[in-house]
Structures are given as structure tokens and as C-alpha cells.
Design a protein around this ligand. Structure first.
Ligand code: B12
Ligand code: SF4
Length: 512
């Protein structure tokens, strides 16, 4: 397809909506939008990025300023949860003012639940799965004089034929690898808006590997890769290090956050990366969001020291439960004993801050088993003062996952409308899985909120001393003893803090 065939000139706008409260503390550059725009930018099409997490109150004006007669397509990246409400508002606003502009949704939510997205009349197309090539083809189809590209041939594309009839093209069953030199970072004009827990670092999310070979039943990844020949594939080590070098030299990166599903499937791959970082003389901090207990169990102390010496200061590990029965049910492949041993091993490496993830309230989980998770959390914090426990998740069954089939057996009905999906957020008070008793839900809610306090998180994050953070720290100092009492003894009665949290979550201005 040559550039001359495009109706001249064509402009595309890519929008990052607001996400949940978590997203206001970890605000990464919207790389989903950069990846998906990469081929268009290479073909010379003008692409603008609008991140409504920044200056949220004036997003309508900012968008109106960007739209002109050449704007043909607007893409929005959508995760399940709060960003759905935001994306509906944005899409309806566009359609009400500029009905001819095509609106395309992509990202995790449309990938897993496309039908309910197509019920929303303001959305014209969905791209499921990896987006760079399909989005390029769609824009070509919509904007170019060359009609060789048929909608039917675009992988992962979905659209509405009539109010009740939708077409879903099959997705390509392989990973999308984008050359780091083609990622159009320059579309982001001010990098200073992005942050990782207010650490003051210039953070860039980077892939070192795609996919995951494990099959935890609650995770969307095994469903996404079910038909892939290879479930895990690393990027060439030279590319990973070349990418980091470019980000450091050209954009001032000080912290690389590996967003891989799982970075440590092959320990020698990470070792090669850190060796190469060292030999290139790159001084940069590293964080890994994808690590497993059994993988850390395989690491010698020397390996962990080497990771730390290469700049690693953050590792996220999925622990999930303090009950061996639940760990088995969710196919985690680890035991509570393994978790405790790994935590003690990591306690010997204080330079690395470990973040543990938990999920409570699986179908068949008893309140006693949830209490075992509570006890494990207290033990982990006791044994390793540098660990942090991420606020709890409740299981959110995604269509196609094993958890989904299990949950259906226990009376689960998936949200019927897009609006209902927007309540599917980790912070949402009103997401109470049907298989849990009222008492169990209230117990989990108490744990969820207390978890912000029990491990002195806020003081481990080096938050700056702006007004919001000072207020937060005062609240934490006052409330921590109460939270610890509630957590330790399971006191969930008269939980007015839960209401206060919900109100704050709704009305707190976006962290900007
Ligand atoms: C960084 C990250 C975050 C960041 C912010 C992400 C953001 N965009 O705002 C933070 C930390 C805030 C976050 C929070 C959460 N996250 Co998260 N997160 C990720 C992570 C690690 C990387 C996302 C990313 O940047 N990927 C790289 C880019 C290149 O990929 P991509 O975004 O998928 O984009 C590609 C396609 O999806 C598509 N595409 C994307 N957007 C668009 C738009 C258009 C128009 C088109 C055509 C195509 C398209 O094309 C892109 C290129 O191929 C992924 C796991 C992963 N490895 O992907 C989980 C992941 C997205 N998160 C997930 C979850 C569950 C959560 C939380 C619920 C966790 C929690 N307990 O708090 C919250 C929910 C937040 C919310 N609802 O608002 C799930 C998604 C579930 C879902 N259905 O939405 C994932 C997939 C992890 C997993 N396997 O479970 N997350
Ligand atoms: S190891 Fe992580 S990415 Fe892989 S299936 Fe389990 S939860 Fe998902």
C-alpha cells in the first residue's frame, strides 16, 4: 500500500481514558496506543495522542482542539472497569459533535468481551488482540482510495452489521513483535506527566518477552494464548538492551519497568539481558511486574544479587492465596511453604522491593481460607520488612477463562451490559461475587481497605510532599492502628471507613 493512495491528508487521534485509582498512582506512558500507531506513523499518517488522565477536567476542549476536517478515525484503549465509563463518555461526545468520525476500541476489554462493546452505538469497530497491523489495515480501508483491503480480511476486527448481528474476524494466533525503533515515542510531547508511584523516576514500560506458559485459572493470558504455538517468546536480547539504551539516551529514562506477563520463564534470558546492560555500561533502575514464586525459588542468592547490582529495585510476584487448597484450585503450582521460603530468601536482598499480589474470594473459598490469606500476609510483612502487599483483588472471571466456567457453576452471570462491566473494578464497592456470602464480602472489603495501611506502604514509596500526599500520610498515621486491629482480628462491623473510601475514590481529583 503506497502513501499516495491515502485520501490526503488523514489524521488519527488515539485516546487514553482515565483508569482506576491504581492508575492515578502508576501512570505509565500509554504504550498500547504507541504500539498500535506504529505502522500508521511509519506510513506517514499524522497521529495525535490524547491522554485524558492528564488535565482531566478539560479533556473535551483538548479533544475539540485536536479534531479537524482531516480526522477520520479515533481509537480508544479500554480495560475492564472504570475506563469503560470514561470511554463511553468520550465516544458519545465525539459522535454527538462529529458523527462521521469512525470510533475504534481496542485493548483488553474489547478483546475479551466484544459483544457488549458493540451494543454501544457510538463504537463503530473493535480490534481484538494485538493491534498494530489490524489497525493500520482498518485505517487504510476507511481512508484510502485503494479498496484492496476488505474488512473481512482484517485480523481480530469486529463490527456491527445490524443492531443484533455482529461480525468477528478471527485473530492471528501469534505474538506481535514491534521493532523498538518503530515505537513512535515522539507522539508524546511532555513525558513529565508520567510516573511510577511518584518515585521521581522517568519510567518507561518495556517488553523483554511476550506471553506466559502457565495456566493460572483467573488470568486472561492463558485464554489469549490458547491457540498460539509458542506460549512464551523472548525479544532478542540485543533489542531489549538497544531499546533501553535508546530510552535512556534519547528520552532520559531512569527506570525500566518490564511489563512482561512473565520475565523469568528462562532465567538465563534475564541473566543475558543484565549482563549486556552491564557490559554496555548502562546505569538504570529496573523493575519486573511478572515473576512467580517457583521462579524465584529457582534463583540462587548470587543470581538475585546480580539482578540487584544491575539496578533491579522492584519485583512483583503473584502469591494469590494463603490456602494450599485454593492455590491448587487456581492452578498456581506453588504451596504456602514455598511462598514463605521465597519471602525469607528475598528478605536477604533488601535492595529489591517485593510487591505481592493476592486474590481472595474464589468460588468454593471459605471465610476460613480467606483468613489464611490474611495470616500469610501478616507473616510475609513480619519476615520481610521491605515487602509490600498490593491491595487485594477479588476474582473477576473473564469470558473464556477457566475461572469463568467455574464461576458459572456457582451462579455467576457475566455483566450483561457495558455499563455493568464498568463496575468491574478492583476498587468497586459494588462488585460482590454471587458465590460469596454477605459476611464474606464484608470481610474482604475490610481486608481490602486495611491493606493500604498494614505494611507502611505509603512510607516506602518516597511520595513527594505535595498537599495530597501530606494529607494521605496524616490519614495513614491516624488510621493505621485501627486498620491493623481490624485486619488482625477480622473486625468488619461498623465499617464506615469503607463508605469514606468509596466517596474519596469517586470524588478525589485525578492525581495530576
Ligand atoms: C501497565 C498495566 C497496567 C497499568 C496501566 C495500564 C493502562 N493502559 O492504563 C496499571 C498499573 C494502572 C494497571 C491496572 C490494572 N490492570 Co493492568 N496491566 C498492565 C500491563 C502489565 C501492561 C499493559 C500494556 O501497556 N501493555 C503493552 C501494550 C503494547 O499492550 P496493550 O495495551 O495490550 O495494547 C495492544 C492491544 O491490546 C491493542 N490495543 C490496545 N489499545 C488499543 C486501542 C485501539 C484503538 C486498537 C485498535 C488496539 C489497541 O493493540 C496494542 C498493540 O498490540 C498488562 C499486562 C500486559 N503484559 O499486557 C496488564 C493488564 C492489562 N492489566 C490487567 C488488570 C486485571 C489490571 C487491574 C484490574 C489490576 C488491579 N488489580 O488493579 C488494574 C485495572 C485498572 C483499571 N481497570 O482501570 C489485565 C487486563 C484485564 C482486563 N480485562 O482489562 C492485564 C492484561 C494483565 C492480566 N493478564 O491479567 N495495569
Ligand atoms: S503466571 Fe501470571 S501471566 Fe502467567 S498465567 Fe499465571 S497469572 Fe497469568
Amino acid at each position: 500500500m503506497s502513501e499516495q493512495t491515502i485520501f490526503n491528508p488523514t489524521e488519527v487521534i488515539m485516546i487514553q481514558p482515565r483508569t482506576s485509582l491504581t492508575g492515578s498512582f502508576i501512570r505509565m506512558i500509554p504504550i498500547g496506543l504507541l504500539y498500535v500507531s506504529s505502522k500508521l506513523v511509519k506510513a506517514g499518517i499524522r497521529v495525535h495522542i490524547l491522554d485524558t488522565r492528564i488535565n482531566y477536567v478539560s479533556w473535551q476542549e483538548s479533544l475539540s482542539r485536536l479534531i479537524n476536517d482531516n480526522t477520520r478515525v479515533i481509537g480508544i484503549t479500554v480495560m475492564s472497569g472504570r475506563s469503560i465509563t470514561e470511554s463511553i463518555n468520550i465516544s458519545r461526545f465525539i459522535k454527538s459533535q462529529w458523527p462521521k468520525i469512525n470510533i475504534v476500541w481496542g485493548g483488553p476489554h474489547p478483546t475479551f468481551s466484544p459483544d457488549d462493546v458493540l451494543q454501544e452505538q457510538s463504537v463503530d469497530f473493535i480490534v481484538r488482540g494485538y493491534g498494530a497491523e489490524p489497525f493500520y489495515q482498518l485505517v487504510m480501508h476507511l481512508c484510502s482510495s485503494d479498496k484492496n483491503i476488505n474488512l473481512q480480511d482484517i485480523p481480530g476486527l469486529s463490527w456491527r452489521n445490524s443492531p443484533e448481528k455482529y461480525t468477528h474476524n478471527p485473530v492471528e494466533n501469534r505474538f506481535e513483535f514491534i521493532d523498538y525503533k518503530d515505537i513512535p515515542y515522539d507522539l508524546i510531547h511532555d513525558l513529565s506527566h508520567y510516573r511510577y508511584l511518584d518515585s521521581g523516576e522517568m519510567v518507561f514500560p518495556v517488553y523483554s518477552a511476550m506471553g506466559c506458559p502457565y495456566r493460572c485459572i483467573f488470568c486472561s493470558s492463558p485464554t489469549q494464548y490458547a491457540k498460539f504455538d509458542k506460549k512464551w517468546q523472548p525479544y532478542p536480547v540485543e533489542d531489549v538492551v538497544g531499546h533501553i539504551e535508546m530510552l535512556k539516551n534519547k528520552y532520559g529514562a531512569t527506570f525500566i519497568y518490564f511489563i512482561d506477563d512473565d520475565s523469568f520463564v528462562d532465567l538465563s534470558n534475564v541473566e543475558n539481558i543484565i549482563d549486556k546492560i552491564k557490559s554496555a555500561g548502562l546505569k538504570i533502575k529496573l523493575g519486573f511486574r511478572g515473576a512467580r514464586i517457583d521462579e524465584v525459588a529457582r534463583m540462587e542468592d548470587g543470581f538475585i544479587t546480580k539482578l540487584a547490582e544491575a539496578g533491579t529495585n522492584t519485583v512483583h510476584i503473584g502469591v494469590e492465596s494463603g490456602s494450599d487448597r485454593i492455590l491448587k484450585l487456581v492452578n498456581k503450582g506453588i504451596t504456602v511453604k514455598d511462598i514463605l521460603e521465597v519471602n525469607r530468601k528475598l528478605a536477604r536482598h533488601k535492595e529489591i522491593k517485593v510487591f505481592y499480589n493476592f486474590i481472595v474470594g474464589f468460588p468454593t473459598e471459605t471465610i476460613e481460607e480467606t483468613k489464611m490469606t490474611r495470616d500469610l500476609i501478616m507473616k510475609l510483612v513480619h519476615d520481610n520488612s521491605s515487602c509490600c502487599v498490593i491491595p487485594l483483588n477479588k476474582p473477576r472471571p473473564l469470558p473464556g477463562s477457566e475461572l469463568y466456567s467455574l464461576a458459572i457453576r456457582f451462579g455467576y452471570k457475566k455483566p450483561a451490559t457495558l455499563k455493568e462491566w464498568s463496575n468491574y473494578d478492583v476498587e468497586a464497592e459494588n462488585y460482590n461475587p454471587v458465590w460469596l456470602t454477605k459476611k464474606h464480602n464484608r470481610f474482604i472489603r475490610m481486608m481490602f481497605i486495611s491493606m493500604y495501611f498494614i505494611d507502611n506502604k505509603i512510607f516506602k514509596f518516597n511520595l513527594s510532599n505535595d498537599l495530597r500526599n501530606i494529607l494521605l500520610k496524616i490519614i495513614v498515621l491516624i488510621y493505621t492502628p485501627i486498620a491493623r486491629l481490624r485486619f488482625k482480628y477480622g473486625i468488619y462491623h461498623f465499617f464506615i471507613e469503607g463508605r469514606i473510601y468509596s466517596i474519596l475514590n469517586k470524588f478525589l481529583p485525578e492525581y495530576s
